[in-house]
Design a protein around this ligand. Structure first.
Ligand code: PPS
Ligand code: ADP
Length: 207
């Protein structure tokens, strides 16, 4: 019997079919690809490109997109630091479940605070791949695909990441994606780099 957080008198129940059996069935190893970066840096586009590439290779993946999850699981959270921290904690726990199911879980969230990302990493030793979308603020703002930078500049959105809210870039991540000679690689090229990394590390087969 244990107490975890506010849950007292709880018991962990083991099931006969575990992660190893699921991985053998899927011929892949569960892991979490965690994509972090500013709004407009290309996180969602990359996440979908990775998922498409994995699908074409016969690997099962699932995308957890910050924006999308805020329509349901995280609809009770705002953008204050503590809400962003809870957002990342919650998504980290869900991602861990997907990895335990044997999937390649692709999480794409701004996830601005290093300590929050590191807490997710600590939940997934040896199976957490942090991908930093290192695109400068001026590029993200020039894109402004959702018009949010314009609204933030006009004072209609307070605490917008990169403008009047912090973003702490990774100090040490598995993969850093950035422009080359001022040119942004295509989503396909970036997805290829991530998938090659997963292959090299043995996540895409168990046989
Ligand atoms: N204040 C503020 N700051 C940053 N982003 C904002 C904000 N308000 C709304 N949005 C929209 O929310 C998306 C980011 O949600 P996340 O869950 O990824 O954010 S976080 O990880 O909790 O910081 C983000 O989506 P992306 O552009 O895909 O990153 C925005 O569309
Ligand atoms: N590799 C890329 N090259 C050029 N434009 C891109 C690339 N990736 C994303 N974009 C564009 O940038 C904008 C933001 O992309 P998105 O994936 O929504 O970013 P985020 O999820 O980080 O907010 C979109 O208009 C998208 O088409």
């Amino acid at each position: 019997m244990s107490t975890v957080g506010n849950s007292a008198n709880i018991f962990w129940h083991e099931c006969p079919v575990g992660k190893q059996e699921r991985q053998k069935l899927l011929n892949q190893k569960g892991c979490v690809v965690w994509i972090t970066g500013l709004s407009g840096s290309g996180k969602s586009t990359l996440a979908c490109s990775i998922s498409r590439e994995l699908h074409s290779r016969g690997n099962l993946s699932y995308v957890l997109d910050g924006d999308n999850l805020r329509h349901g699981l995280n609809k009770n959270l705002g953008f204050e630091a503590e809400d962003r921290a809870e957002n990342i904690r919650r998504v980290g726990e869900v991602a861990k479940l997907f990895a335990d199911a044997g999937l390649v879980c692709i999480a794409s969230l701004i996830s601005p605070y290093r300590k929050d990302r590191d807490a997710c990493r600590a939940m997934l030793p040896e199976s957490f791949i942090e991908v930093f979308m290192n695109m400068p603020l001026d590029l993200c703002e020039a894109r402004d695909a959702k018009g949010l930078y314009k609204l933030a500049r006009a004072g209609k959105i307070k605490g917008f990441t990169g403008l009047d809210d912090p973003y702490e870039p990774p100090l040490k991540c598995e993969i850093e994606l950035s422009r080359r000679d001022g040119i942004c690689p295509t989503p396909g090229a970036m997805a290829g780099k991530v998938v090659s990394y997963l292959e090299e590390k043995g996540f895409l087969e168990t046989k």
